[in-house]
Design a binder for this molecule. Sequence first.
Ligand code: UFG
Length: 325
Amino acid sequence: MRILVTGGAGYIGSHVVKLLGEKKHEILVYDNLSTGNSWAVLHGELLVADLADSTTLHNTLLRFKPHAVMHFAASIAVEESVHHPLIYYRNNTANTLNLLESMQACGVPNLIFSSTAAVYGTPQQVPIDENSEMAPINPYGTSKMMIELILRDHSQATPDFAYISLRYFNVAGADPEGQLGQVYPEATHLITRALKTAKGEFAKLQIFGTDYPTADGTCIRDYIHVYDLADAHLKALDYLQAEKKSGIFNLGYGHGYSVKEVVQAAREVTRVDFPTEETARRPGDPAVLVADSRKAKQILHWQPKYDDLSLIIKTAWEWEAKLPV
Ligand code: UFG
């Protein structure tokens, strides 16, 4: 199939492009390289362009005629979204609307959308299933929820259009073959930040909040390996082609680790007893996010292979070791 991948030069998109390429799909990556890297596009063609540029987007869809679009391009940092919400509504919400309008104008029938556990906000119960209410507590989550609502309405109004929305929990780790991984210089995610601290790039790792209603007082998250996450996209593509039905699926492993547990695991993997500092809560953080992903397993036939926190951290550490300080 021909697949247009927005954000395919980024962390998650590049892993999916690798898997799509191995399956011999024809790939066009559409990426403005604001956080992505051209070397990370291991298969297909890279077009350096912005989703805000409707003319280029439209012409690209007309020329390439994709069977489906996988849409990764987005801003992703929860705290940044609290301080700069308009960036999130522009990059995430408005640009996705551009994409949907161009897809409709060019007759592209399928979308796989990168959504997030942040749409749930502070969940009523955990693990969280897909029927839980969407009630985001930060602009990042709201920017993605808005698109989910647009997708729901658009798909109901447009019988020829079907989409899969994948709600990612905490994606971490790196390509087990060592070709790809996270490279944002301003790393904000816990595991990357911990490993960069172990490497000496930061003096200490801050632990944001120790007064949450959890066993050790720190936030709990469901960390999922980027390979398993990427693999779910290929399963979603198969499902869309076979069933032509829209759907929403959580992607996580169904169990969580606290910040302190992640710190402990990172110290064991790296064998570096890096320093930490307990600080105030970070704005926008819910206490516990753990996925109920049974639906993805049952309906998409998704079978995760890397459900092991130490393994996730190990692949990220091997990748981190290759990056210059
Ligand atoms: N944390 C620290 N110190 C750090 C970095 C993070 O204590 O230096 C804490 C955070 O406060 C949070 C946890 O570690 O409690 C995880 O934080 P991340 O920044 O790694 O990830 P988030 O949970 O904030 O967000 C990520 C993605 C979102 C997604 C969410 C879903 O960035 O897109 O997971 O669970 F919505």
